[in-house]
Design a protein around this ligand. Structure first.
Ligand SMILES: Cc1cc2nc3c(=O)[nH]c(=O)nc-3n(C[C@H](O)[C@H](O)[C@H](O)COP(=O)(O)OP(=O)(O)OC[C@H]3O[C@@H](n4cnc5c(N)ncnc54)[C@H](O)[C@@H]3O)c2cc1C
Length: 533
């Protein structure tokens, strides 16, 4: 008896869900064996990230267990390290200790999604919250509550303003939806739980480089097959957001960000302790490094059957591939398309096994939409425009249909009901390990104060790039005592000590920070190593 055809599915996102929908009967018959490789043992439903970040649903409601939704496929939870198309082999490593594994295949399906475009502006990687992974969204959810707690006890008006300014870069679907949800969240929490904070102290600022927000609906996305413009919907969403209190700045870009400030292309500097980045994505590095054809954005070029150009039995779909749209252009990076890509790939693997020609990708989405807060949405269904509460209800029901686990669907409905009855979650939860060393990276812009003379603090700063000035302030005068550069350090040696000098960035500075107690421990641990050199 011949062995089953081995299919390796790289990534446990929507492409994998669509693939399994097609291949499940063949797996059960023993004709095909599918292994889904993913770095997590869960699937993330991005459509409800705004609800999760703003405490409307519990954090894990956006997750579905891979071992249940991909049944009866095999599950391999590990980091994909290398793809060898010649040898038809994929190498993975487990996070636990780095031990590696090799898996061979007959058909390879690449659905590795995208990563945040961290190079978009300086400071993004170090200081901006992203929305792509569960960890990112979970951290943001807690950070918002931390800012409210800090603001509630802060007496300095400048710092209070900084803590209560929430800045969103990128006015596409994700950025717009998060801005609206955040505005609603802050107003609801302040009314209910934070009497010490006034509503007008909170700022939600959304900046977008284009002439209007929602380029997907404005018809300016360019490369998508569906280019029809819906200016009335964009205008409605814009007015609605402004009425809610979101400050919109179009034709503006973020040029840098630091732990307490955002610099804009129009020259403005906005003090803010929260910056959320929704400025676009790029394919994973693994995809960019593959020696096959890519488009200008780094996505894999595939033909209309979703086979990677010139690579037999290698298929790709979802956000990491430039899939030709049946109406021209390429498919937009949304779950609805990724799911259908997976289905077409599944069908074409079956066709190949049965020596049939592959089928072309024919799916055209029935519409698109975005929630804009206060149970409102704008949507377009088959060209028909919808706005307001009905659009929101239809959008929610459609999103719910795409949640891969029926159990999660029910839990989501219960969570919505609970938050409606008892308000949103206001508990800061942390998954931090107390034994972990807390080493972080920061970027500061010229003129920014990093350490204030006379203030107490807790970090040692190691300069990786750039220069700072040590300034002594006395009787209203400033004297520059020294300039420090790469390899030098400043900051606090104990928590009790007040800073003897102010430290100010002279150039753009990159620093690595370590809490002072941990720095002392590290020094002791590393001393034998440096001595042995
Ligand atoms: C905040 C947000 C909101 C969104 N809202 C919507 C919406 O409302 N409607 C909609 O249709 N779309 C929405 N999208 C877009 C949608 O989520 C994506 O288009 C869709 O998830 C793409 O599916 P995919 O299978 O290509 O990739 P993903 O779903 O991103 O899956 C990629 C998989 O690859 C795995 N992976 C990547 N690299 C490695 C590696 N090296 N090793 C192991 N595993 C790896 C990941 O762990 C993951 O399992 C949203 C996206 C975001 C970020």
């Amino acid at each position: 008896m011949s062995r089953p055809v081995r299919v390796l599915m790289l990534g446990g996102g929507y492409v994998a869900i669509g693939l399994l929908q097609k291949l499940r009967p063949a797996i059960k018959r023993g004709a095909v064996e599918v292994t889904v490789i993913s770095r997590e043992n869960y699937h993330v439903f991005h459509g409800f990230v705004p609800d999760m970040v703003t405490g409307r649903i519990s954090a894990d409601q956006i997750l579905s267990p891979n071992r249940r939704i991909f049944k009866p496929a095999r599950i391999h939870v590990a980091e994909i390290e290398a793809i060898d198309l010649q040898a038809r082999r994929v190498t993975t490593s487990r996070k636990f200790d780095g031990r590696s594994y090799e898996l061979e295949y007959d058909h390879l399906v690449i659905g590795l999604g995208s990563r945040d475009h961290l190079e978009a502006y300086p400071g993004l990687a170090e200081h901006a919250f992203r929305l792509k992974t569960f960890d990112d969204s979970f951290q943001l959810r807690n950070h918002i509550l931390t800012m409210l707690e800090l603001a509630a006890i802060e007496t300095d008006p400048g710092e209070r303003r900084r803590l209560l300014t929430f800045f969103i870069a990128g006015g596409g679907y994700a950025g717009t939806e998060i801005a609206a949800a955040l505005c609603e969240h802050l107003h609801s929490l302040i009314r209910r739980d934070y009497p010490a904070i006034r509503r007008d102290e909170c700022r939600v600022v959304l900046v977008h480089p284009g002439a209007t927000i929602l380029p997907e609906l404005a018809g300016t996305r360019g490369e998508s097959g569906d280019r029809k413009a819906f200016p009335r919907l964009v205008a409605y969403a814009t007015r609605h957001l402004q009425r809610m209190g979101v400050e919109l700045m179009t034709e503006t870009r973020v040029v840098w960000t630091t732990p307490g400030e955002v610099g804009l292309s129009n020259g403005q500097r906005i003090p803010a302790r929260t910056i959320i980045s929704a400025v676009g994505t790029r394919p994973a590095r693994l995809i960019e490094q593959l020696l096959v054809a890519h488009d200008a954005g780094g996505r894999l070029l595939v033909d209309d059957s979703l086979q990677v150009k010139d690579q037999a039995q290698v298929w790709a779909g979802g956000d990491c591939a430039a899939v030709p749209h049946p109406s021209g252009g390429v498919c937009p990076p949304v779950a609805v398309y990724a799911l259908e890509h997976g289905k077409t790939i599944g069908q074409n693997i079956l066709n190949t096994i049965q020596n049939q020609p592959p089928a072309p990708f024919r799916f055209v989405s029935f519409g698109q939409g975005v929630a804009i807060g206060r149970r409102h949405a704008v949507a377009e269904v088959k060209g028909f425009e919808m706005q307001g509460r009905m659009a929101w209800i239809i959008g929610r029901l459609l999103l719910l249909m795409y949640v891969p686990s029926p159990e999660r669907r029910l839990r989501l409905l219960i969570d919505w009901l609970m938050s409606w009855l008892w308000g949103r979650n206001a508990v800061e939860t942390s998954a931090a390990d107390a034994d972990d060393y807390e080493i972080t990276h920061h970027v500061f812009q010229p003129g920014e104060t990093i350490v204030e003379q006379g203030q107490r603090g807790r970090y040692i700063y190691l300069i990786a790039e750039g220069e700072v000035e040590q300034i002594e302030r006395s009787a209203g005068h400033e004297t520059i005592r020294d300039t420090l550069g790469p390899g030098e350090r400043f900051g606090y040696t104990t928590r009790q000590a007040a800073a003897p000098q102010t430290i100010r960035a002279r150039t753009t500075v990159r620093v690595v920070t370590i809490p002072c107690e941990q720095a002392a421990q590290l020094q002791q641990l590393l001393a034998p190593l440096t001595a042995a050199k």
